[in-house]
Design a protein around this ligand. Structure first.
Ligand code: ADP
Ligand code: MG
Length: 332
């Protein structure tokens, strides 16, 4: 090879990337770390192994369904006081702040609906009657989460508490901190629907796409992101269609039924914890109240596909998002 050709070959070689995929916290983890050089690969591998240990620790700490977890014990006997480890207690307190800021659209006692809805055929799909949904929804009330010192109990028998709407986001933030502590500045993390994009992928920025809610193969919005969390909540993740109506897993606590104002909500924020809580919150709040909340929060942006198929961008994203029309769609 001539010296010139060799030079071109070097220039065209993509910078080295460490990539790892695993099933963890009952979801899929993808990590990509842009390496300064090949010599960094073993350090990246060790960092991701440590990140997976951290995710297992958080799963045991924050899961609401494991009977031996603190929240599992609370849900077994909700009116009895249970001591929560400091980290879980602090996440619960931040969760309740979101409940207050969203007027209860985001509510960790949403878990009181356990078993009411089942969206998949394997689980024997189940749609409650409106009467049944209303009775169970009456148990959802974040103001009845009573914290005294480091102990928690719930105000009524039958209530349950779950941090599933925020825990994955928090877990991503912990992994981000771990990778940064180990000297990495350019990486991509995806845990289920929670993304974090740090720095660049060396030769170009990280880009994130938002799926067309009615066409899984197409993304209708693409944007470049740096040091940002990015989360989408959609009515296409877990749902069933019956008699021409789509029933999905993002529930309006005031009715016990799926929220109708949106098809998907994507949030860009500094922290994945906030993006996770807000994507669900803004979905439940719908276009007017939801987008007003986003505009009131510094450093938070949103892309919404409304229930009637319109695309809304928050003011800070104008001109920063490449948009394509949504696929034509009729039906639920
Ligand atoms: P995920 O984070 O699981 O990918 P979403 O961000 O779309 O999904 O959030 C939906 C999940 O949040 C539901 O599966 C449920 O566990 C929980 N959830 C649903 N509705 C609410 C609500 N109103 N408040 C708090 N959590 C909720
Ligand atoms: Mg969420």
């Amino acid at each position: 090879m001539s010296p010139l050709l060799a030079l071109i070959a070097i220039a065209a070689t993509p910078p080295p990337m460490y990539e790892h995929t695993a099933e963890i916290m009952t979801t899929r983890l993808v990590v990509k770390i842009a390496l300064a050089s090949e010599a960094d690969r073993p350090r990246a591998e060790a960092a991701v192994a440590a990140a997976k240990e951290e995710l297992l620790r958080l799963d045991a700490l924050l899961s609401e369904w494991k009977p031996d977890s603190p929240l599992g014990r609370l849900n077994e006997a909700p009116t009895k006081r249970v001591r929560l480890p400091k980290e879980a207690l602090e996440l619960l307190q931040r969760t309740l702040q979101w409940s207050a800021r969203t007027g209860g659209a985001f509510d960790p006692t949403f878990a009181s609906l356990w078993g009411l809805w089942r969206f998949s055929a394997e689980d024997a799909a189940r749609i409650p009657t409106p009467k049944e949904a209303k009775a169970r929804a009456a148990l959802i009330d974040y103001t009845k989460v009573i914290i005294e010192g480091d102990e928690v109990h719930l105000g009524a028998p039958g209530m349950k508490l779950g941090l599933g709407g925020i825990a994955k986001g928090y877990a991503v933030d912990r992994v981000v901190a771990l990778l940064r502590e180990r000297g990495f500045a350019n990486f991509f993390i995806k845990l289920g629907g929670e993304l974090y994009l740090a720095g660049t992928r060396s030769d170009r920025p990280w880009v994130a796409g938002v799926q067309d809610p009615r066409d899984a193969r197409a993304s209708f919005a693409v944007l470049a992101l740096k040091d940002s969390a990015f989360t989408t909540s959609g009515d296409y993740e877990r749902y069933l269609i019956k008699d021409g109506v789509r029933y999905h897993h993002i529930i309006d606590p005031s009715t016990g039924y799926p929220a109708r104002g949106a098809r998907s909500v994507t949030i860009v924020a500094q922290r994945a914890e906030d993006a996770d809580a807000l994507s669900t919150s803004v979905f439940v709040m719908g276009p007017d109240k939801g987008m007003a909340l986003v505009e009131s929060l510094p450093g938070v942006e949103a892309i919404m596909v409304t229930g009637d198929g319109r695309v809304l961008l928050s003011s800070g994203l104008e001109g920063k998002v490449q948009l394509r029309p949504l696929a034509p769609h009729s039906g639920p």
